[in-house]
Design a protein around this ligand. Sequence first.
Ligand code: FO1
Length: 332
Amino acid sequence: MPQTDPVEIAVLAGGVGGSKFTAGVRHAYPDAGLSVIVNTADDITLHGLRVCPDLDTMMYTLGGGNDAARGWGRAEESWRIKDELARYGVEPSWFGLGDLDLATHLVRTQLLEAGYPLSQVTAALCSRWLADDPGLRLLPMSDDRVETHIVITDPESPSGRRAVHFQEYWVRLHAEPEALDMVRVGLDEAGPAEGVLAALAAADLILIAPSNPVVSIGPILAVPGIAAAIRSGRAPVIGFAGILDGAPVLGMAHRLLPMIGVEVSAAAVGLHYGARGADGVLDLWVMDDADASSTDRVRDGGLGVITTNLIMSEPAATARFVRKAAAEVGAA
Ligand code: FO1
């Protein structure tokens, strides 16, 4: 049967890995409508400003303004305000807002305080960064405030435990303390942001980026209504493993997977997302060739699987594996 390129694509993604992946999807399908549903459970308010790290990483990366070496924040950044805040002894000093980046958070915070939902604020910010690509839309997973907190041991607390914001766990504590539990504040009452359900309904292909399954993809799928819309939709759904040969390609997912009882392996993450027919969300799970020995395990779990080279060395490499996977579900 002849296959045609998808006209509309929806991607679920987190920050650094998610934006690399999305750049590859754009390379594969330059003419498709591309809606990226981005995790916002990493968001935090600092110095009175609302910071949305995954949305910003996505916006700067796709808009060509990111610092590629650092992975987050602006290229050619300076840190004068951060240094000045430190001179005042203002905390937190462990989270760096660059001078250029600060402008984004100032604009976002002002618009949010004026009453605009995050989805519209994001569209306003993207009208600068993504003006050259009108088919590309960044959608926060929710317009409601959702924040992941990680529970760690604290001998000084009466309960022996303490919950810290995900950013504190990730950036200040480098994910070193064992993650005992996770609280997603606001998630149960949250709903999909404006445009999210419409993007999923319009999609001819849904792609789950190789982002952190616990704190990036997990929150998106847990927003009430999103997983159900994916499961009941007409579009084939393909997930891509961010774990290769038992270790994350980027980030520290290995510090969080044990907390939700999932082994640190590509096969286990695929089975965790699950097959659509069995209450999961996937039609196809894509793992790196390094994990070829565990394809039977995934298939035995009722999930379709292929392996390929998943290293996102450049957008063209990502585009190759995305197209290969799409062909597998008849959506190349
Ligand atoms: N990551 C860091 O490791 N240190 C930082 O100081 C830091 C600041 C920062 C500021 C704005 C922003 O959008 C992202 C920032 N990140 C920083 C990245 C970041 O928050 C995390 O890597 C992600 O949330 C995990 O996906």
